[in-house]
Write a protein that binds this ligand. Structure first.
Ligand SMILES: *Cc1c(COP(=O)(O)O)cnc(C)c1O
Length: 463
């Protein structure tokens, strides 16, 4: 498979290149040159297979001959052996129409592990076959940093430098990063905000004094391989629930649009998905875009679902590219205008096309809390606030859908214990395998929000 940029001007890359690359050189995102297609027989045959085997089959057309199929299956097996549930991504039925799919059984208790555990294996595999190593530099306000660190900890050919704002991530989130003592993991606590961290990372990734020493990469959500690994659970769940013979819908708690875009790709590949519900919190740019065509930024409101507190959803550009019939110059025009004005209107034909597949709903924090307590009372389940946003949107959109709706549960309730405790009166316990992080040694550098200090630290410690 070859990969093209959504803005049409960057070089075409192969799978290995696109996995190690970040943003395309024209500012766009890489997407496969075409969507592969699975026949009904091929989909039905997945029912016999394990999660790792389905992963290898679903990802095969995207990886092509870059990695032999048996190796892909082995990488998937290793990636998902770190999950604390035999099914990897199990699901349960709540009532006649509603189901929940649990994506939080990985090492850091959030769905980012599903993609990043596999990406860590891929990096290792690809780097072993080339001379140079890789230096990963990222900024985190919580979830992504710990999932990325756990994905590459202990590997010889990569090092990871993760910046977080000092004193502004929760104790659990910080310790999930700083108690990983592998020699290739470097946590940097910065005296500043998350935005300061992110601004420095953008500058560092372009810094030639660093990139001369080692290729640099970000493990952010624009990485194509992350989206690819997320397509798999749409297939495993749909097939377990009767695909290809029965249609299914999904409600997805959405921030950067990576997760729900993976569902869209699954549909393009032939999975019988009736509807994808884009569930947002009060930061509702995507709900406004998909319901009225108004794609405009309004500043971020902090909520009890911090992983969805976004201003702009980077992966939305991948959908726009498809809606434009893959017209890179039109996407480039629109995105340039959006960058300048912070606002644009989706062309009517694009909006009509999007609404054939996507519904959307914005959920307030009160509704989120009410849904957490509803799940406790009516389904005897304790769910986290992000999962509650998905479930609330599934309820709100239920009359638009005739198939069963699966809400994606993206975090373990113990990861967002304060909000869960406020809604239910009970404080969820951390699973035993993370419970001892409060007794473990922490290691991190504490630096001022000064690019020179951070650059010097990275330069000194990089491989
Ligand atoms: C990242 C994240 C999301 C949002 O997923 P996107 O792919 O960015 O849309 C939702 N819930 C949790 C818990 C997350 O960590």
């Amino acid at each position: 498979m070859r990969y093209v940029s959504t803005r049409g001007q960057a070089p075409v890359l192969d799978f290995a290149e696109v996995t190690l690359a970040g943003l395309a050189s024209d500012g766009g995102l890489y997407v496969p040159e075409h969507w592969p297609n699975f026949s009904a027989e091929e989909i039905a045959a997945l029912a016999q297979l394990s999660y790792a085997q389905v992963a290898a089959k679903v990802m095969a057309p995207f990886i092509g001959d870059a990695i032999p199929q048996a190796d892909v299956e082995r990488l998937a097996q290793e990636a998902y052996a770190t999950f604390h549930h035999d099914a990897v991504v199990p699901f349960t039925q709540i009532n006649e129409k509603h189901f929940i799919m649990e994506l939080f059984h990985g090492p850091t208790l959030a769905f980012k592990d599903v993609a990043l555990q596999f990406l860590g294996q891929l990096f290792n595999y690809l780097l072993e076959r080339q001379e140079t190593g890789l230096t990963i530099i990222g900024a985190t306000s919580g979830d992504t940093g710990s999932a990325a660190i756990h994905a590459v900890a202990g590997q010889d050919k990569s090092a990871i430098f993760m910046l977080h704002p000092y004193g502004r991530v929760s104790d659990v989130q910080r310790r999930q990063m700083t108690t990983v003592l592998a020699p290739n993991v470097f946590n940097i606590a910065v005296d500043g905000s998350f935005d300061d961290c992110q601004a420095m990372v953008k500058q560092l990734l372009r810094d030639q004094s660093l990139s001369q020493k080692s290729p640099l990469s970000a493990v952010n959500s624009i990485n194509w391989a992350r989206v690819m690994a997320q397509i798999v659970y749409y297939f495993t769940t749909a097939v377990a629930m009767g695909a290809p013979h029965r249609a299914i819908s999904f409600s997805v708690p959405t921030g950067n649009f990576g997760d729900v875009f993976a569902g869209y790709v699954a549909m393009k590949m032939g999975l019988p998905i009736e509807r994808l519900i884009v569930a947002t919190n009060e930061n509702d740019i995507l709900h406004r875009a998909l319901s009225t065509g108004d794609y405009s930024t309004q500043g971020v409101v902090p909520t009890i679902t911090p992983s969805m507190d976004i201003q702009v959803s980077s992966n939305f550009e991948r959908l726009l590219f498809d809606l434009s019939d893959r017209d890179g110059s039109q996407v480039a025009d629109i995105m340039t205008r959006f960058a300048e004005e912070g606002a644009m209107r989706l062309p009517k034909q694009w909006l009509d096309k999007a609404r054939q597949v996507f519904s959307s709903h914005s959920v307030t924090q009160d509704e989120t809390s009410a849904t957490i307590s509803w799940a406790q009372d009516h389904a005897n389940m304790i769910i986290d606030p992000h999962s509650a946003v998905a479930l609330a949107a599934a309820h709100a959109c239920a009359d638009q859908v005739s198939s069963p709706i699966v809400a994606l549960a993206t975090a373990h309730p113990a990861k967002f214990r304060d909000a869960v405790e406020r809604a239910t009166g009970t404080r969820p316990a951390l699973p035993h395998f993370v419970g001892d992080i409060f007794g473990r040694e922490e290691r991190f550098a504490h630096l001022p929000a000064d690019i020179n200090a951070v650059r010097a630290y990275i330069s000194e410690h990089m491989a």
